[in-house]
Design a protein around this ligand. Structure first.
Ligand SMILES: Cc1cc2nc3c(=O)[nH]c(=O)nc-3n(C[C@H](O)[C@H](O)[C@H](O)COP(=O)(O)OP(=O)(O)OC[C@H]3O[C@@H](n4cnc5c(N)ncnc54)[C@H](O)[C@@H]3O)c2cc1C
Length: 264
């Protein structure tokens, strides 16, 4: 049965973009439908390095999330980049601090904040399956709820925040911008990592090699390498060994020799 509910804004996807939009629209006094295909509010994106650059600080503070992220254990600090010419570290207000909280903690926090915002209906287990249109104008979302019921969410504004391979973008026939990818990524969480270079979150950009070291919550550090694909055969038999060999070649690479200096 088709059940129709009317909103000011209908948003597809309750993750970083969708929850942020829902919180801000809700605070502006609008009625918001926030449709998320996963049934659990604690679902989190697994494939994300979760180091959030400082430019987002004002928005996180405006959302009231910065302090809650810090309470949840987020690591905050100065970023440093190691290029061919040496380390570059921002001074003063040149580059605000980065903040890092694993998505398994961040995503539930965002959803709880969105769900507690007056005017926002967080509709879990609700997958967007179609768009409603009046001529060229999108007027709502067609959704399938967890009980398999088809529903229609009409709205003055529809937001597609359903991420990579967005259903909304496909249905709206949005043009894609695709770039070829010559790299793979391997990362692992380590404990007891001692940085050798300056800064807190570190990035090495050396010729073809890109490596990141991101301290995060619970005393963990994400160490990740983005090698070019020709390194794949050397990595495959021993992924952690491949990563550590990469780390050992870095100038001022992190010290993993302390207690707990092994993959989590
Ligand atoms: C390997 C990797 C590492 C990254 N590292 C970083 C990093 O260190 N720092 C950083 O800032 N960013 C990083 N990113 C980017 C970051 O993950 C994304 O920018 C961010 O998650 C995008 O948020 P979003 O809300 O737009 O989409 P997503 O987080 O992808 O969320 C989309 C939401 O829509 C829901 N959804 C999808 N389809 C439907 C549907 N049909 N109906 C209803 N709901 C639906 C999904 O379940 C999900 O909840 C990384 C990305 C990758 C791939």
């Amino acid at each position: 049965m088709d059940e129709t509910r009317g909103y000011d804004v209908a948003i597809a996807g309750a993750s970083i973009a969708g929850c942020t939009a829902a919180i801000l629209f809700g605070r502006a006094g609008l009625r918001v439908a926030l449709a998320e295909k996963h049934r659990s509010a604690s679902t989190a994106k697994a494939l994300c390095g979760h180091s959030i650059l400082g430019g987002t600080g004002p928005t996180l503070r405006r959302l009231g999330l910065w302090d809650r992220m810090v309470e949840a254990g987020a690591a905050v600090g100065t970023p440093a980049v190691r290029g061919a010419a040496g380390w570059m570290v921002a001074t003063g207000n040149d580059l605000p601090p980065t903040i890092s909280l694993r998505r398994s903690r961040l995503d539930p926090l965002l959803r709880a904040t969105a769900a507690a915002t007056p005017g926002v209906d967080l509709l879990l287990g609700t997958a967007v399956t179609g768009l409603l249109a009046d001529g060229p104008r999108v007027t709502g979302l067609r959704v399938r709820a967890a009980d398999a019921a088809e529903r229609v969410l009409t709205a003055r504004l529809v937001v597609g925040a359903d991420g990579h391979r967005s259903t909304v973008a496909r249905l709206a026939r949005a043009t894609e911008d695709v770039a070829p990818n010559g790299r793979f990524l391997y990362w692992a969480y380590y404990r007891g990592v001692v940085p050798r270079g300056p800064g807190h979150a570190q990035i090495w950009q050396l010729d073809e090699d890109v490596v990141v070291s991101t301290p995060t919550d619970d005393g963990l550090t994400l160490l990740g390498a983005f090698p070019t694909k020709d390194h794949l055969p050397a990595f495959r038999p021993d992924l952690a060994g491949g990563l550590e060999a990469f780390l050992r070649r870095l100038p001022d690479g992190p010290d993993l020799s302390g207690p707990g200096g092994s993959p989590r």
